[in-house]
Design a protein around this ligand. Structure first.
Ligand SMILES: [Zn+2]
Length: 506
């Protein structure tokens, strides 16, 4: 059994979950669910980034303690992940004692293995609280961070612990060049290689006059106790999660899923930190794109923020998951629009998979008392099913989630066409019993394949379909062999109730 330790970025505890958070967690969850279907020993980590100036500032604005804000925000995020069916194995919070202790251990590993990697230095520069990082001139437009045009940059002058990132430039460049899978998609890999060619500057590892974080383990030469810079506390979460006793996480991770705006942190700084600590690098970092709503990533004016709970409720969590992963490419930017959501819901779910399941199971009920007949002669639909499974695996293995969904829905189209061409009602009328058996079995087998292939995208509806086919247990826990060769004959099926109800005209 192959280990598959999968992580997402930990989310800042300073606001409610938004569309971008949801897209990342849903995509990573689909990967986790797919790897479980393939028989991997999956460990799926998500969590919260609860330290740093941004959280402390937001708490101060609200008049609450940072820890209380973090507790409240974490609960809101967890409630959303439960609602969306995010099948996490572990939820890490950077304010937990276990994480804080392991961050100290991580920094001490660097001090003991590569003591010259930390040094003290006076520093000044523009600090963006939104990014929690110092900005270079190229990243500033009109005096504002390009990623946070509504925030005011802070001018910071302090003496900090620095991490000698520059020492790792050649090693990281060599690693990325030798391992094409390490940074994906390809556009991000090229971007990072170009960034590395410009040369790396050392980075701050601690902050002075600021306490909401993990105390930096060693005081400065003048005896000042500083606080670990939030990225130096946050990035190790992927490793600290494996330091908690009795979890199944084991370093290194097979996959870090992150947003493209934090690619440098994950493919340059984090690998350098790991090298300095004498730890292996993650196998792959996948940087997904942004999801825009009305042309914006975040609300810059009233009415441009998607109401996430309302969008999830609109057609239910499974339809929302499906829509995002089918509509938005996993390797580039995309748009959420209500028009497209309604179009896809009607075409792909209500009239597509939902109508197919409803018709086929109604016919098995009518002609065979709900019992799926034994397989007959090989049909075009059997071949289409095997082709869909092969195309799905090929797409999902390279993390092209949209192409994976496309492959599954190609089978929906093939099965709907097969119903039209074979006209089971005409076979029944003509008394062609053997042919009718073969057609109904082929259709039930296609539905079983679809329940399995759809389960990473819409786990709850896939389970409803699986149960309606008379299949035992959880579709999320089936042997992958059942996608390749479904076993449906003899199962007692029933018509699924309200799988994807047609939207009511308003
Ligand atoms: Zn910023």
């Amino acid at each position: 059994m192959a280990r598959f330790y999968l992580t997402t970025a930990i989310d800042y505890a300073n606001g409610d979950p938004h569309l971008g958070h949801a897209f990342e967690k849903i995509g990573a969850d689909a990967i986790a669910r797919y790897r479980r279907l393939r028989g991997d020993d999956v460990w799926f980590l998500i969590g919260m980034d609860e330290h740093g100036q941004k959280v402390a500032q937001t708490a101060a604005e609200k008049g609450v303690a940072p820890r209380d804000l973090a507790d409240r925000v974490s609960e809101t995020f967890l409630a959303m992940w439960d609602r969306l069916g995010i099948s996490r194995d572990q939820f890490i919070r950077t304010t937990s004692d276990a994480h804080r202790a392991a961050v100290t251990e991580f920094i001490e590993r660097i001090f003991s293995r590569n003591p010259e990697d930390f040094y003290e230095r006076a520093y000044e520069g523009h600090y963006c609280v939104g990014c929690e990082s110092f900005k270079q001139d190229s990243e500033i437009v009109d005096g504002k961070c390009v990623l946070h045009p509504t925030r005011t940059l802070e001018w910071v002058e302090e003496r900090n612990w620095f991490f000698r990132l520059s020492r790792y430039q050649d090693a990281i460049t060599a690693h990325i060049e030798a391992n094409p899978e390490f940074v994906q998609p390809e556009s991000r890999r090229n971007e990072i290689l170009a960034f590395l060619r410009q040369g790396l500057e050392d980075i701050s590892a601690s902050r002075a006059r600021f306490t909401w974080g993990v105390p930096f383990p060693r005081p400065t030469s003048d005896g000042e106790q500083q606080t670990t810079y939030v990225w130096f506390d946050a990035l190790p979460n992927y490793w600290t999660a494996t330091r908690v006793p009795h979890t199944g996480a084991e370093w290194p991770a097979q996959l870090h899923v992150i947003g493209k705006d934090i690619t440098r942190f994950h493919t340059v700084i984090w690998p350098a930190m790991l090298m300095a600590a004498g730890l292996p690098l993650p196998e792959r970092v996948w940087a997904h794109g942004f999801v825009y709503f009305k042309g914006e990533r975040f609300s810059k004016s009233a009415g441009t923020q998607l109401d996430l709970p309302a969008a999830v409720d609109h057609f239910g969590a499974d339809a929302f998951r499906y829509f995002l992963l089918r509509e938005i490419p996993w390797d580039a930017d995309g748009n959420f629009s209500w028009e497209r959501f309604e179009e896809r819901y009607t075409a792909d779910l209500a009239d597509g998979l939902g109508n197919l399941a409803s018709r086929v199971l109604a016919m098995i009920g009518k002609y065979r008392n709900g019992v799926v007949p034994a397989a007959g002669a090989e049909s075009a639909l059997d071949q289409a099913g095997r082709d869909a499974v092969a195309a799905y695996v090929e797409a999902m293995d390279r993390l092209d989630l949209r192409a994976g969904a496309d492959a599954a829905w190609d089978l929906v189209s093939a099965a709907n066409l097969f119903v039209q061409q074979q006209a089971p009602w005409a076979l029944a009328k003509a008394g062609k019993e053997a042919e009718l058996d073969a057609v109904l079995e082929a259709l039930a087998a296609a539905l079983a394949r679809l329940a399995i292939l759809a389960s990473p995208f819409m786990p709850s509806k896939a389970q409803d379909l699986w149960a309606a086919l008379g299949q035992a247990g959880e579709v999320s826990g089936v042997r992958w062999g059942l996608a390749e060769a479904p076993q449906v004959a003899g199962a007692a099926s029933r018509k699924p109730e309200g799988l994807f109800p047609k939207p009511v005209a308003q």
